[in-house]
Design a protein around this ligand. Structure first.
Ligand SMILES: Cc1cc2nc3c(=O)[nH]c(=O)nc-3n(C[C@H](O)[C@H](O)[C@H](O)COP(=O)(O)OP(=O)(O)OC[C@H]3O[C@@H](n4cnc5c(N)ncnc54)[C@H](O)[C@@H]3O)c2cc1C
Length: 434
């Protein structure tokens, strides 16, 4: 029922219905200042452009995109061309790498709008895990690696995947990884078993995390290695079904086997033994990119909840009059705003050259929790309708549940935060909330 009458492409089996749960009401005019920092007027203009593109081309096409078939793929390609033509492509990375990015904070403002739709990151060329892989190649790639892989990746001509997690050992503690890359002349020979390699189906290459020196100090044992997906011995075994969803192409989470996979040593990203250091560099920005997108998802769920609460009547009046519902709305509003400010503050720190390790972990676990809770409340407000696929909430909930795991489960981020804070106190200091 969220399917809008303004469909510009397709109308699957008459699914277009009364938009009685229409979740994309006319855009609220932008305030001249979109957050706690004064933004460059160009960013505000870009934000308004992104918002209109979403209204005109993304939300109305979600029913087609959700089909995850050839028609959906063709539509993604068509919309990507429009995004490029309108100068909005790849806003996560700067023009020197082929994008239109202007830093983390400006991206946070754009990405909270792009993040409102599951498909929009793909359409705007800023989808994980390609963004993280592009950042890594941009920071650590050789000129040859950049030419061969980074350029076409940022241009959206190819996709990639990041292959670190293994079913047999704890992904939270990657010092246990078992995949090996053994040097043989000028080649690495890789053997291992991975899963949850997002987007591996149809991708052109992987960045694989493998143990290259088992005798080295724990955090220098592993390396990140570029592996073209068509190399002999790379087998995408299956797309794992996740909470009932298998996906296609970019939306898959795949099990992958590497059997005697031979690639040149020149495919090492950075130096051999730098795998963990590079993973940190990759995951930091990646986590904050996720948080920005989640802001969009939270806000969309919140809007759905508020609209439905005003419309649905029970026990003599609208749900909006019940105190429990009012509490959910108030709690969600404060939590969403807290997440926005935390995300903006973290992005601002990263732009200023700070690694912001604590802030990134704070927003990763807090953002994932708020995302989950806001969507959960919105579902509850909708009653049985909230569980159906007739609003975007059930799919949002499935993705939100994963958010509490990927790029490190909540518990590990809490551990990182408390360890770092306690370290300061142990040394006789205090924690500076500046
Ligand atoms: C949707 C999705 C997409 C993903 N995409 C990718 C990808 O593209 N590439 C990739 O390599 N991986 C990917 N992953 C894998 C993800 O990074 C791992 O799931 C994550 O790191 C946790 O590892 P694990 O699943 O092995 O859980 P484990 O490490 O086995 O942990 C299980 C549970 O133990 C608890 N736990 C762990 N450590 C602690 C601790 N110190 N204190 C308290 N409790 C703890 C937590 O509750 C945790 O959930 C993806 C996962 C999901 C869900």
């Amino acid at each position: 029922m969220y399917r809008d009458r303004r469909l510009t492409r397709g109308n699957r089996g008459g699914q277009t219905q009364e938009a009685h749960v229409n979740d994309h009401a006319p855009a609220v005019p932008l305030a001249p200042q979109a957050g706690f920092v004064q933004l460059d007027p160009e960013i505000l203009e870009q934000r308004a452009k992104v918002r209109s593109f979403m209204e005109e081309h993304v939300y109305p096409n979600e029913p087609v995109l959700d089909g995850e078939d050839e028609e959906a793929e063709a539509l993604v390609e068509e919309l990507r061309e429009r995004v490029k033509a309108e100068g909005m492509w790849a806003p996560f990375i700067g023009p020197e790498a082929g994008g239109t990015g202007r830093g983390f904070l400006p991206y946070a403002y754009l990405n909270e709008i792009i993040g409102r739709s599951f498909w929009a990151p793909l359409i705007f060329g800023c989808q994980a895990p390609d963004t993280g892989n592009a950042e890594v190649l941009h920071l650590f790639g050789t000129p040859e690696q950049k030419d061969q892989w980074l350029k076409p990746l940022v241009a959206g001509e190819i996709r990639s995947f990041f292959s670190m997690t293994e079913p047999e050992v704890s992904g939270s503690d990657p010092t246990q990884l078992r995949t090996t890359a053994v040097r043989d002349g000028d080649d690495w020979v890789i053997n291992g078993h991975k899963w949850f390699s997002t987007g591996a189906d149809g991708a052109a290459f992987a960045i694989v995390m493998a143990v290259t020196d088992p005798d080295a100090e724990t955090h220098h044992r592993a390396s990140q290695i570029l592996v073209p997906a068509d190399t002999q011995g790379v087998e995408v075994v299956r797309a794992t079904q996740v909470m009932g969803h298998t996906g296609r192409g970019w939306s898959t989470h795949c099990e992958v086997r590497y059997t005697d996979v031979r690639v040149p040593v020149a495919n090492t990203v950075g130096e051999a033994g730098d795998g963990f250091r590079i993973a940190q560099k990759r995951l930091g920005p990646g986590r904050i990119h996720h948080c920005m997108r989640w802001l969009g998802q939270m806000q969309r769920a919140f809007e759905l909840m508020c609209r439905y609460a005003l419309q649905r009547e029970a026990f003599g009046g609208p749900l909006a009059d019940k105190q429990t519902i009012q509490n959910w709305i108030a709690d969600s509003a404060v939590e969403i705003q807290a997440c926005r400010l935390l995300t903006q503050n973290t992005a601002h720190r990263i732009d200023a050259g700070d690694e912001a390790r604590v802030e990134i972990s704070l927003i990763k676990f807090y953002g994932a929790r708020v995302l989950h809770d806001v969507i959960d409340r919105a579902i509850q407000t909708h009653g049985a309708l909230g569980l159906t696929d007739e609003t975007p909430l059930s799919a949002m909930y499935r993705h939100a549940r994963g958010a509490r795991m990927y790029d490190g489960p909540d518990e590990v981020h809490r551990m990182v935060v408390s360890r770092r804070i306690l370290k300061e106190f142990r040394a006789g200091g205090t924690w500076d909330f500046e």
